[in-house]
Structure formats: structure tokens, C-alpha cells
Design a protein around this ligand. Structure first.
Ligand code: UGA
Length: 439
């Protein structure tokens, strides 16, 4: 069964959503008020990097099922499902979620909403947002409107796979009709074995922030273990491998290092903490506060390791490898590697940053960012691996050793083979790896 759909908000989530809906055979109108973005997408150019998505965008534009517009068109009155995919960032100087884009887009949509249409929220939102949108639409249109929530769980870098083969589909529905529509929409996926869980909108809104907060807690747990391992001379990599083999623990999200970044985990932990505090769950709020604190402490630990190698960093050249918050994306939001870069810059180091895909007009608040590795590491006094891009695993310590000024390296992501680099004459310090002392 194919639906007439609209996707409102063409950021990372909305663009992926629009392309995937067209791929599933639905007709899609993608809407964003940013004209430049709409022009770029209409000509087949993505506004961010995501493996495989540009090719699929081109294919879907040619199929005739997908188009992009910069204002709300009349045809919206014929649309069956409107996907709300606008951004829900943190409010400035607070951990509250800024819902203004949700409110603005719902208000604009109300003028073109047919009474039978379903408005489906996909953005990550605080509890009660679906009900708020439903009230707003009913007031604006003067009739009862169907609003459901369907949190997305896709990760940057694996968005296509996560959309077409998700581990689960969660639908938040407060009425039977919305549930029937969503079960029809997702039939091709559920027929292929993907579990679909239907629940009320409030629970569905919580599932998303609770899931992201749990993932963040796992990362901070292993990073907390790492600070103990560092001081007692143990290896977090080996320890995590042993822990992860217990299926009750699981090996995913147990990689220690510079910690989590991006537009989702840090924001969702902070938002969920606020929600917990308001709900009177203060012990849980403290747990989430510790998760954020441990995460930030990894940047400090990296700076400490840098000072162990070079006590006076001012005037020294530091090469940071990796600007994106994780591999396979050009997203630099809350990138731990860039935080390290900025901190080193503040204390007078000469910082150059390499990234295979991030382009920041070659400069970021005084930092040089380049995709030319040779340029970035030339005559460096210290190299820091900040993102686990697969290409950094392949680096040859002998070749690199000829370009740098001093063979000092900090592995912030457990990327390199430490003995191999030491054999090539490098002094290596790695987050989470203490030096064992025997005797
Ligand atoms: C995250 C969730 O994984 C998705 O399920 C969710 O849909 C998405 O947020 C969202 O809310 O939209 P994403 O932000 O793309 O996805 O990135 P992750 O793969 O979760 O990685 C987050 C951070 O944790 C990265 O900085 C990564 O380097 C770090 N990380 C991850 C670790 O430090 N150690 C690990 O073992 C795993």
C-alpha cells in the first residue's frame, strides 16, 4: 500500500526519512523553509555526508516520487501522513529542549491539514509533546486531529541500514485509527521480521531518551572503569572485551576513549536528567549527571596525558586526527576531538586538525582543518587520535615518524597497535591503558 506523505524539516533525519519513504514506494513532498537546502536537495546534492544516501537521493528524484519545496503547498491537503522531522536542539544556556520548530511547523501545517490526515512526530522530544501538538492542531483547525509519535533510532553513518532494517519500530498511538495506518505503513518491514511495538505516545517519547541515555551510560561506565585502569596499570580494551562476552552485558558501546559526542547523546542525557529531576527522581538525575561528568572528564584526561608527554605545550605543534564526533559522518556537533583541539589552542599550542570528510572552510576559530594528512602532521610535536576513522588504523608509524618533529602519540580511541608503534620508536599513551608494573 502506498501513501501520500510529506516530510517537514530536511535536516539529517528529515532528508533520510524523505528518501527512505520514496524508496519504500510512497510519494513524498519534502518541506524546509531554507531555500538553499531545498535547491541543493532538488539538484541531488546532500547537505551532509552519509554513506550511500546521495546515490539513493538521485535515484528517488528520478523516480518522480520525491520532490522538495521551500513553502507549504496546497497539495498538502491530499497528504495521508505528515512526518514532523524538525530539529529539537537544547535551548540556549539551558538543558531544556527547544520545541519552537515543532510548534512553528505544526502551526504552519494546520492551514493545509485534511481532517483524516495523520501527523507523525519523529523528532526526539520531551514527554507530553505529542499531546501538545494534538491540542494545538485541534485548536487551529477546529476539528479533532490524529497525532502519533514514532521515535527514530537511526545512527549517523548507518542511516540507510537502520531505516530499512531497524531492530525495532516503536509507535506511540493514542487512538486505534492511527495504529492501523502505521501498521500498514510499516507492513513491508514487519513482514520481513522487524518487531513493531505499539504503546501510548507518552511511553514512546520516553523510549527514545531512555535508550540514548542508556547507551551514553554504557560509554561513561567503561570510561569510568578506564580511569581506574589507567591508575592501577590495567588495560580497558582487554577488560571490556572480557566483560562484553557476557551476553547480559554485551560488547557494543563498551569502547573507551574520548567519550560520546554528536547532536543526540549529550543532549538527550541532559534533557532526560531535567525530566528526572522534575519527576522527583533525584537519584536517577544524579546518575545521569555523573554520565555527563565522566564524559567531560575524558577530555581533561587527554590534556593531562598531553602534558605528561610535553609539560610546556605553548608554542608546540599538535596534530589532532579526527574532527567529526565519530567516523562515517561529517557532523562535528559536540565533537570531543574538537574540544581537545580548542583547549590546546587556548593554552597556546599550534593546533592542526585532520579529517577525511569534514570541511570547515579550512579554519575553525583559528584552527586549521584539512583532509591532507601530510600537511597536518608535518613537524608535529604531538599527534592525538581523536576519532576512530578506519583509515587511522592503517597509518604506518615508520612513514609518519619521518614527517613529525617528535614521535609522541596519544591514542584517544583505542585505534592503533601500541607495540607496533613503540617498535617504530614512538612514545605512545592511550586513554584507558595503564602501564602495567610488575613486582
Ligand atoms: C545515537 C543513537 O545511537 C541512535 O540510536 C539514535 O537514533 C541517535 O543517537 C539519535 O538520537 O538520533 P549517533 O548520535 O549517530 O546515534 O551516534 P552513536 O553511534 O550512538 O555514537 C555516539 C557517540 O558515542 C560517538 O561520539 C561515539 O564515538 C561514542 N561511542 C560509541 C563511544 O565512545 N564508545 C562506544 O563504544 C560507542
Amino acid at each position: 500500500m502506498s501513501f501520500k506523505t510529506s516530510v517537514i524539516g530536511l535536516g539529517y533525519l528529515g532528508t533520510t526519512q524523505a528518501v527512505i519513504l520514496a524508496k519504500m514506494g510512497h510519494s513524498v513532498i519534502g518541506i524546509d523553509t531554507d531555500k538553499a537546502k531545498v535547491e541543493s536537495l532538488s539538484s541531488g546534492k546532500l547537505t551532509f555526508f552519509e554513506p550511500g544516501l546521495a546515490e539513493m537521493l538521485g535515484e528517488m528524484l528520478s523516480s518522480g516520487r520525491l520532490r522538495f519545496v521551500a513553502s507549504y503547498p496546497e497539495e498538502l491537503r491530499e497528504v495521508d501522513i505528515h512526518f514532523l522531522c524538525v530539529g529539537t536542539p537544547r535551548e540556549e544556556n539551558s538543558d531544556e529542549v527547544d520545541l519552537s520548530a515543532i510548534i512553528d511547523s505544526a502551526t504552519a501545517l494546520a492551514k493545509f491539514l485534511s481532517p483524516d490526515a495523520l501527523v507523525l512526530g519523529r523528532s526526539t522530544v520531551p514527554v507530553g509533546t505529542a499531546e501538545k501538538v494534538r491540542r494545538l492542531l485541534s485548536e487551529e483547525t477546529g476539528s479533532k486531529q490524529k497525532v502519533a509519535w514514532n521515535p527514530e533510532f537511526l545512527s549517523e553513518g548507518t542511516a540507510i541500514r537502520d531505516s530499512l532494517k531497524p531492530e525495532r519500530i516503536v509507535i506511540g498511538v493514542d487512538d486505534k485509527e492511527s495504529e492501523t495506518i502505521l501498521r500498514q505503513l510499516y507492513k513491508p518491514l514487519t513482514d520481513s521480521g522487524v518487531p513493531l511495538l505499539a504503546m501510548d505516545t507518552r511511553t514512546s517519547e520516553l523510549v527514545k531518551v531512555a535508550s540514548n541515555s542508556f547507551l551514553a551510560t554504557k560509554v561513561s561506565f567503561i570510561n569510568g572503569v578506564a580511569s581506574v585502569a589507567e591508575s592501577v596499570g590495567a588495560s580497558t580494551t582487554l577488560l571490556a572485551e572480557a566483560m562484553g562476552l557476557d551476553p547480559r552485558i554485551g560488547s557494543q558501546f563498551l569502547r573507551n576513549g574520548l567519550g560520546f559526542g554528536g547532536g543526540c547523546l549529550p543532549k538527550d542525557v541532559a534533557g532526560f536528567q531535567m525530566q528526572a529531576q522534575k519527576a522527583g527522581a533525584s537519584e536517577f538525575a544524579s546518575l545521569l549527571q555523573s554520565v555527563s561528568n565522566i564524559n567531560r572528564s575524558r577530555v581533561q584526561q587527554t590534556l593531562k596525558l598531553a602534558e605528561t608527554l610535553i609539560p610546556e605545550l605553548s608554542g608546540k605543534s599538535v596534530a589532532i586526527l579526527g574532527a567529526s564526533f565519530k567516523p562515517n559522518t561529517d557532523d562535528t556537533r559536540e565533537s570531543p576531538g574538537l574540544t581537545v583541539a580548542r583547549e590546546l589552542f587556548k593554552i597556546g599550542a599550534l593546533v592542526a586538525v585532520h579529517d577525511p570528510v569534514v570541511k570547515l572552510d579550512n579554519s575553525l576559530e583559528g584552527l586549521v582543518v584539512s583532509s591532507e594528512l601530510d600537511l597536518v602532521i608535518k613537524e608535529a610535536d604531538l599527534v592525538i587520535i581523536a576519532t576512530d576513522w578506519p583509515t587511522y588504523k592503517e597509518l604506518d608509524p615508520f612513514v609518519l615518524g619521518k614527517t613529525v618533529r617528535s614521535k609522541y602519540l596519544i591514542d584517544g580511541r583505542g585505534v592503533i597497535d601500541i607495540p607496533g608503534w613503540q617498535a617504530a620508536g614512538w612514545t605512545v599513551l592511550a586513554l584507558g591503558e595503564g602501564t602495567p608494573s610488575h613486582g
